[in-house]
Every structure is written in structure tokens, then in C-alpha cells.
Write a protein that binds this ligand. Sequence first.
Ligand SMILES: [Ca+2]
Length: 390
Amino acid sequence: MKFKIALLLAGIIWGCLFLIKLQYHRRTTLRVLQNHDNSLQYIFETLPQNTQKRPHILFIVADDLGFNDVGYHGSEIKTPNIDKLALSGVRLENYYVQPVCTPTRGQLLSGRYQIHTGLHWVLWPSTRSGLPLDNPTIADKLRAAGYSTHMIGKWHLGFYKPDFLPINRGFDTFFGFLSGHSDYYTHETGNWWGKFMTGYDLMDNDQPANITRYNGSYSTHLFASKAKDIIWGHNYEKPMFIYLSFQAVHAPLQVPENYMKQYANITDIKRRQFAGMVTCMDDAIGSIVDALKKRELWKDTLLIFSTDNGANPNAGGSNWPLKGAKGSYWEGGIRAVGFVYSLLLKMKNGYVSKSLMHVTDWFPTLLNLAKGDLNGTKMLDGYNQWKTIK
Ligand SMILES: [Ca+2]
């Protein structure tokens, strides 16, 4: 009898151990599978638990802004609005982009390296190429997740066919220019080195913008005004994504006189003009934040600020103390100014993140916050960095 009871107990204990082992095996297997598909499962594992609402996303890109061109890095250039946001948000101080415009912008919108998209260098206006159409953009994915999506400013990802226009790459609306540079007032692009087509380059969705209305409007003011129009016209029922890609502070050096005057102490004329352009952009950002506050959208907004590459010292920018400049793979070319601000991050006010982050990471990170999915996307090179940032 005792032997039978002992046998029964042994069987029960063995059964329990087997079930525990089985459960452990299942969990381990699941973890391996999740790690194999890092993008999908990892995203859903790390959805922010404390935010039922999906944030409005304002993604601001400055063009050719260098490491030493913002006040909070010790620059002589005044950027009080940027400083306030950065110093009370999360400063990304180990954050990298590509050395020139198109590759960075292609990676930002697709989450994939240029080895997959072919966007290794800048696209000239006459180039018959663009961000390949089989790469959904972050705007495509956010729109599919229920966001209203808007782009303002510089595109630079191809326009040789209508299919490549922003309005056909996931953005509900577009107001901006398609090439890499143009005149800040006339919005005409020039024929540098014979590689550029000349002409008026300002689009309102898929049509040329009204030249009579916009000729003479300084692009920093114009793009900020368009961003505020979108904010004031926003339907509260939907989350909103605005990709605000300033022309500033790329060459040519053009600046309203009142901003030039603020820097009479800077003897180098190029640096003086550039400084005025940066401060003008800073004021524009301040006015957009004010609009979000007045519209009562600010508390639910995630603001991201990023440069697209390092500065060009020949056009007034500075990457000090980093070596190298725009166009190089030295730190001065690819280590970017970047920060995140949101009331969602209030537990980390003033936080400096030294964690490595790359521009491709925004795609899965934003999609995570938007509670979107990866249906239709190809393998991403970026990683969801929300746990690092928040
Ligand atoms: Ca650039």
C-alpha cells in the first residue's frame, strides 16, 4: 500500500515537473521566434502601457544643421525654443543619420538602409529615380493605423513620375518643394553644375502652388504658417502626423533682415546669415508649439527634432568639436542634433540619452506608438527605441 502511495506521489511530482518544463520550453521557443522577427513581435511587446491615447506626432527635420548650431550645445546662435524643448525632453546625444539629404530622408521614411533602396547619395532633379515604390513609407503605415498625415517642406525623394510624389506616398496633404534646394523667396531651383533643372519648385499637393500668392514668402515663415493651418483645421477624432521638413538652414544663405541684425557681433558674413536663419527657424518652431497649445493638442503630442546631416562650414554651419562635415562619414557629417519632447516623457525631463540610435529607428518606434502593424513592409533595419527614449 505504502509503495502504491509513493508511486502515486512520484507520478504527481513528475507530472508537475513535466508541465513546468513544457511551459518553460514554450516560453523559450516563443521568445526565440519573437527575436527572429524582431520588428513585429518586439513592437507589440513594448507598446507603451501608460498611454491609452495615441500621440499626435510632429516630426521636424532641419536641413544641414550642425552639432554646434543649437544653443544647448553651446553655440553662439540663439535657439531659445529649441533649447527649452530639448532641455526639458530627451536629448539624443548618440544619434546618427546619413551624411547627405536623400539617404537620411529615405531611411527615415522607409526604416531601411540605402543598400536596400538604392538611395546612396542626393537625387538631382533630373535623376529618374526615387524611394522605391515597394517600400511603404511611415506615412503609409500611420495612415493605415488611422492617422491623418501631412507633409510640409523639402521632399528630395524623387518626383520623376506622379507615383513618387508625397501625396502618393502616404501623405493626405503636401505643401513644399521636391528638389534638394531652392530660393527661399522665389522658390525657384537653380542649375548648379548642369545637374539641376531650373524652374519654380513649390507644390500644393500634386499641383504647382500659386506662384502669385507665394512668390516673396520666406519659406521658413511659409512652412510654419502651413503647419499652423493644419493644426487649427485638425479633426480631434483622429491622431495627427505632421512631417515638417524645413528648407532651413540649407544653402543658399538667405535671411530676413531683422534676423541678420541680431548677429551684428558675428564678423563672418556667412556665419551671421546662417545664425539668423537658424534663429528664424527657432521662432517658427516656437510659434507652432504655441498653436498646438492653443488648440489643446500639445499634451498629446510627441515632438521629434532631427537634423538630416551635419553642417556645411562653407555655408555658415559648424560641427565643432566634431571632425568632418556634411558629405563625410566623420562624426561631423553623421552625428546628428536630435531630441524628443512630449509630456508622455515627463518622468525623464532633462534626460540625456547616450544610447546609440539611428535614423532608421524612427519607423518602428513611431509605428509602435501609433499601434500600427507591419503588414506589407519589408524587413526593417531600424529597431523600436521607445524603451530607450521614454
Ligand atoms: Ca541636408
